[in-house]
Ligand binder design. Structure first.
Ligand code: 5AD
Ligand code: SF4
Length: 491
């Protein structure tokens, strides 16, 4: 029963002691994975007895919230197997959950792997594994195969649920295991997950993306859109609520098209209504929204909701209608501006944030000025700005009119200054009011303070101690500092 007590996973019913490890592995999932978890646990225990210490595993996550969620699942499996979790890469099992959305993510991984190689030389029994989006690219797997011989295990985005089985192969065959699937229809539910925070959790509502924006590699590495059944999502959130979770973040590449392809179609807005009914859940967030699919129904549900946070991330990518067409975004500048204005009119306290790419192939100074124009009109609360990064295999990467860095970089700097200036002004707008903060942690700079997240996603630092973590606290916002507040708790 120790797994059950130790694991903060929501699937409390896992009891590996009941698995018959003398039988052949079951064919069905997730039973098959429970079987391999039990087998792995035997091997881990034997190794622990030999070394006279516990074995430690480290999962390093690159990239987005979807990857962070996957890492929680991976850690849940490793913990059930008997590994102790550590943040140090000087562990017995180190797993890198990779991202490939922009080239610098790839470079960061290879930098880290160089250091891991030196560690492994001193500690040869250490296992090194790679998974995630970058491993869905054949060239990257080839590079790892040839140039990184110390990597023991490689798998992709479609088979993360098989970690226990793949690890078993690695441990018993003592050979390198590379298993990357091109796609899958399978959604394996009911595996353990190790939540990073007891009071908030991401919940996958769909996987993959069908949009094929011309710059984006995600549809190639995460596959086609697959929505989870609403009952499965609601069950998971009910269990999370029973386990003390107050804030649920619904995750998908494009949540606004949730449910369209289910046997019984359902809208994202309807799913939100049902999540709202779950007792114990006090806050609902979601990521990411494509403007082309954002419905009036969703705006109404957000407006009338007591639980959905006052934050909407609405990626613009470019303000130029010409570039948006080349990007295959399926909206133009005017449509985007109308949508943003409608949202701001219906939900006046909404915080709008966005993603913008600078230097998409063929972008002219006029195109860039259109982006600046949208930024000034919408006045985002914050914006993630990216230099365009060509991704092999995407249509935009094959274009001949790539914008040279000496042209793109100054534009990027101008845009960044503008968004920062506007964000700092926007941040002051709630100064002096009392807002509810969900306390997340002790302030990392000053231990007499705690850090909480406001509904609009900004952080506030205020006096308090560890007992407040996980609680919703009313706070008066006393100082605005551009992208965060200082405050005082209201009694
Ligand atoms: N180059 C630069 N930025 C990109 N993004 C996606 N693909 C690329 C690329 N090739 C950005 C988009 C997206 C965010 C997650 O990453 O702005 O919304
Ligand atoms: Fe990429 Fe576009 Fe899908 Fe977002 S919507 S993941 S930018 S293809």
């Amino acid at each position: 029963m120790e797994d059950r007590q130790e694991s903060r996973g929501i699937f409390g019913e896992i009891n590996l002691d009941r698995v018959d490890v003398t039988a052949p592995p079951p064919a069905e999932e997730p039973e098959r994975q429970y079987y391999f978890m039990a087998r792995d646990r035997e091997l881990v225990r034997a190794k622990e007895a030999e070394l006279g210490r516990s074995l430690r595993a480290c999962v390093v996550t690159f990239g987005c919230q979807m990857n962070a969620k996957d890492s929680e699942k991976l850690l849940g499996i490793l913990r059930a197997i008997g590994y102790e979790e550590t943040d140090s890469e000087d562990a017995d099992f180190v797993l890198y959950n990779t991202c490939t959305v922009r080239e610098n993510a790839n470079q960061r991984l290879y930098g880290r792997l160089g250091q891991t190689n030196s560690r492994k030389r001193e500690k040869p029994q250490m296992l090194v594994a790679l998974c995630g989006c970058m491993m869905q690219e054949a060239e990257e797997v080839e590079k790892v195969r040839k140039s990184y011989p110390f990597v023991d295990l490689v798998f992709g985005t479609h088979n993360i649920f098989k970690l226990a089985e793949l690890l078993y192969l690695c441990l018993t065959e003592k050979c390198r295991v590379i298993d990357v699937w091109e796609s899958t229809e399978q959604i394996v539910e009911e595996l353990p997950a190790e939540r990073k925070y007891p009071f908030k959790s991401g919940v996958n509502i769909m996987f993959g993306c069908n949009n094929f924006c011309s710059y984006c590699i995600v549809p190639y590495v995460r596959g086609r859109e697959r929505s989870r059944a609403p009952e499965d999502i609601l069950d998971e959130i009910r269990r999370l609520a029973a386990d003390g979770v107050k804030e649920a973040m619904l995750l998908g590449q494009n949540v606004n098209s949730y449910g369209k392809n289910l046997p019984e179609p359902i809208t994202f807005a309807e799913l939100l209504r049902r999540v709202e009914e779950i007792d114990g859940i006090e806050r609902i967030r979601f990521m990411a929204s494509h403007p082309k699919d954002l419905s009036d129904e969703l705006i109404q549900v957000m407006r009338d909701s007591k639980k959905i946070c006052r934050h909407l991330h609405l990626p613009l990518q470019s303000g130029s209608s010409r570039i948006l067409k080349l990007m295959n975004r399926k909206y133009d500048k005017e449509q985007y501006l109308d949508l943003a204005a409608k949202i701001q009119r219906e939900i006046p306290d909404i915080s709008l944030t966005t993603d913008i790419i600078v230097g998409f192939p063929g972008e002219t100074e006029e195109d860039f000025e259109e982006t600046m124009d949208v930024v000034r009109k919408v006045r985002y609360d914050s914006a993630f700005t990216f230099l365009y990064s060509p991704r092999t295999g995407t249509p935009a990467a094959a274009r001949e009119d790539q914008v040279p860095p000496e042209v793109a970089k100054p534009r990027f700097d101008r845009l960044l200054r503008e968004v920062q200036q506007i964000a700092a002004e926007r941040c002051g707008r709630d100064l002096g009011t009392v807002q509810t903060a969900l306390v997340e942690e002790i302030d990392s700079h000053d231990p007499s303070l705690v850090t909480g997240r406001l509904s609009n996603n900004l952080m506030v630092h205020f006096p308090g101690d560890a007992r407040l973590i996980g609680h919703l606290v009313p706070v008066r916002l006393t100082e605005a500092h551009g992208f965060y507040y200082m405050g005082q708790p209201e009694s």
